[in-house]
Design a protein around this ligand. Sequence first.
Ligand code: ADP
Ligand code: ZN
Length: 289
Amino acid sequence: MLYGALEAGGTKMVCAIGDENGKILERTKIPTTTPEETMPPIFDFFKDKGIAAIGIACFGPIDLNKDSKTYGSITSTPKKGWSGYNIVEETKKALGIPVGFDTDVNGSMLGEATWGCARGVSDAIYLTIGTGVGGGVISNGKLLHGMLHPEVGHIRLPRVEGDPGKSVCPFHDNCLEGLAAGPSIKARWGVSADQLADRAEVWEIESEYIANALMSYALILSPQKIILGGGVMHQEQLFPLIRKKFKELVNGYIVTKEMEDLDNYIVPASLNDDQGIMGAVKLAIDACK
Ligand code: ADP
Ligand code: ZN
């Protein structure tokens, strides 16, 4: 059986055809401009591919409440033309197949839970630190939605002493996204994050913000695994720094087997940056049920 997968991002749309094992057989990328311009070539890509369903892992905020009149739409984005666009309805209309739908980060979480490092784990969080910060959560084996969906990138954090930077989040002075996403690193140091690998002070501050956030997620969600993805996490030196600071912050309060093995608790994404698109395949598989 073949399935369609769409990873809908603010800068690009990744379209793929996958099978029931999450194997990606074909893919293409389309830049995200306006819905009028962006969506028709996406629908053309998926037409005549013999797919049974399509899964959409979408940038947000989005309406995931199946009882809502606007289920399937993108809600309050500043991205021109997308606010109020019902991507689920339009895709159903264009392709006439079942559509699975969730946030981009829940998609990545689902990919990792189905085919990656969180297989067999009932409670986990996937955090992406890239252009923004977002997180997908599984709780009791199910993707967490709730009132809207988790927005773990915007939790309030204490400022690191001596941090010369300012929050770049237009909503919050002290949130994780505003202080630790790629653009905030660039704003703080004047150079883009990928050019700063050998500047120790950059990763000291970065890891402290991330460790602080992980401490809150660990306490509130009680995940058995914390997965860190996104462009900034390609800086592998962050992992040991984050684990060390996380351990100091927890300060012995949580006593579990996971806490004794932080190398296997706070881990990088495991699917070669395909966790999102593979998760979208799983959303399609689940939409057939
Ligand atoms: P997006 O979040 O837009 O889906 P990414 O996850 O690739 O895309 O995140 C892009 C951000 O990550 C940019 O701010 C970029 O500077 C930063 N980034 C990308 N690659 C690296 C790297 N190797 N090291 C540090 N930062 C990186
Ligand atoms: Zn914020």
